[in-house]
Design a protein around this ligand. Structure first.
Ligand code: ZN
Length: 269
């Protein structure tokens, strides 16, 4: 599944299209996670792209009088091709035509989505999102304050998009290891000092992952959703029964909220 770093990489790959006009759009299949609205083509055709940004795992095309909100879902990816090329693949659902290029959205499982809106902040996909993990709004004080009333486990808590966006399953396990916090801990039991280490760990792992995603970009230009993980040295994720990289302990695997969770009982209290 494309995680925040892959989405960031995709967003970067699209930057050459800023200031360019979407001449037209061809939708081959409207049945994504949500059905693409009837007036989508009309709303964006012949409109200039002012900027392309990211919010959580959404890619936002800021148009002259509205916004395109694109989510890659489980298996979505974007290809950029010359206008003249005739290479199409199965599951190419949306084709944006620009002056000399095509932007193609491909999605095998169709859990991705695309919307147009005039009001980004109030859009149902955007309005309830927590702060960006790399922003100043995500800090020790914020995490401590918001965690006081929660009785869920800390791993589930940091994966909640209303708390902070973009902390996927792999990054949650890794960040908790680096912070020395057991994923089973009840959220309201974590101290201010725990919050400080956890915020720092989340920011660090995502920064490294984004940097790695950027390396992938240079090789392929368009983005493969799974590439980045293999370049990051994971400390606990996927290392069940293997020796901890920090102590003589062994990595455990448990299932928390239906998600595989890895940790070192010795290093994480
Ligand atoms: Zn350990």
């Amino acid at each position: 599944m494309p995680e925040l770093p892959e989405v960031e990489t995709t967003m970067s790959a699209l930057q050459p299209f800023v200031e360019k006009k979407i001449v037209s759009v061809d939708i081959k299949n409207r049945n994504l996670r949500w059905k693409i609205e009837k007036d989508f083509e009309n709303n964006i055709s012949n409109k200039k792209i002012i900027s392309i940004t990211r919010r959580a795992k959404y890619i936002i095309f800021n148009m002259l009088d509205g916004f395109i909100i694109l989510h890659l879902g489980m298996s979505g990816n974007i290809r950029i091709q010359d206008l003249k090329s005739n290479i199409y693949k199965k599951h190419d659902h949306i084709i944006f035509y620009l002056k000399d290029k095509k932007i193609i959205y491909n999605d095998i499982r169709r859990f991705g989505s695309i919307h147009f809106t005039h009001d980004l902040k109030d859009h149902f996909l955007i309005k309830n999102l927590g702060p960006e993990p790399l922003s100043k709004d995500f800090n020790k004080k914020y995490l401590f304050d918001i965690s006081r009333k929660s009785k869920t486990n800390i791993k589930n808590f940091i994966m909640n998009q209303k708390v902070v966006v973009g902390v996927g399953n792999i990054y949650a396990s890794e960040a908790l290891f680096h912070a020395g916090i057991n994923p089973n801990r009840t959220t309201n039991s974590i101290s201010e000092d725990d919050c400080k280490r956890l915020v720092k760990s989340i920011k660090n792992i995502l920064k490294v992952a984004i940097k790695m995603g950027g390396t992938t970009l240079k090789d392929f230009y368009s983005v493969d959703g799974s590439e980045g993980y293999f370049k990051i040295k994971l400390k606990v994720y996927g290392r069940e029964n293997k020796k901890c990289r920090s102590c003589k302990g062994v990595i455990s695997k448990i299932v928390l909220n239906q998600r595989s969770t890895f940790y070192c009982d010795n290093c994480q209290k």
